[in-house]
Design a protein around this ligand. Structure first.
Ligand SMILES: [Fe+2]
Length: 169
C-alpha cells in the first residue's frame, strides 16, 4: 500500500496496531500464568480483557473507514513478545521473574502508547472525530496499564525494603 496521504499512513498504522493487539491477546495469558504475585497476575488478566475491547474498537474503526484490517504484521511486537517468552523460560527466582515480566510488559505498553498516540493525532488532523474518541479511550487504558505496572514495580521494591529492614533488626 502506497503512503501518499496522511490517511494512508493512518490506515497503515492502525493495521500495525491491529496485528500487535492480536499478538498480545495470545502472549499476555502466558505472562499472566508465569507471574508469581497474585496482583501482577490480576493486572495482566485485567489487561487481557481491555485488549479485547481495544480490538473491538479497531474493528469499529476499520468498518467506518471501509478498509480491510489485515495486511500488516507488527515485527516490533513479535520481537517484544519473543523476548518476554525467553524471559519466562529462563530459570529465575520468582520475584526476579516478576520484575522481568513487568519490564517486558512496560516495553509492550510503551510501543502501544506510541502507536495509539500517533494515530490519535493523525485522526485529529484528518478531522475523524469518532476515531479520535475511540483511540483516546484505548490510549487512556494503555497509559493506565503502564502506570499500574510502574506501581507494581515500586510495590516490589518497597516490599523488599521492608523485608530487608526486618532482617537487619
Ligand atoms: Fe492494547
Amino acid at each position: 500500500m502506497a503512503l501518499d496521504t496522511l490517511h494512508d499512513l493512518f490506515v497503515h498504522e492502525l493495521r500495525d496496531l491491529y496485528d500487535a493487539e492480536q499478538q498480545i491477546i495470545t502472549g499476555l495469558p502466558l505472562m499472566a500464568q508465569a507471574a508469581h504475585s497474585d496482583s501482577l497476575r490480576k493486572l495482566f488478566e485485567h489487561h487481557i480483557e481491555e485488549t479485547r475491547d481495544q480490538i473491538d474498537r479497531l474493528y469499529e474503526l476499520f468498518e467506518a473507514l471501509g478498509v480491510p484490517f489485515t495486511g500488516r504484521s507488527c515485527k516490533a511486537m513479535q520481537g517484544l513478545l519473543a523476548e518476554a517468552r525467553e524471559t519466562i523460560q529462563e530459570e529465575a527466582d520468582p520475584e526476579v521473574l516478576d520484575a522481568a515480566l513487568i519490564v517486558a510488559a512496560q516495553k509492550i505498553e510503551h510501543y502501544e502508547i506510541a502507536g495509539y498516540g500517533s494515530v490519535r493525532t493523525f485522526a485529529r488532523e484528518l478531522g475523524y472525530k469518532d476515531a479520535v474518541r475511540l483511540l483516546e479511550k484505548t490510549l487512556k487504558e494503555e497509559s493506565a496499564a503502564d502506570e499500574k505496572l510502574t506501581r507494581a514495580a515500586e510495590g516490589r521494591v518497597n516490599a523488599k525494603a521492608a523485608t530487608a529492614d526486618q532482617a537487619s533488626v
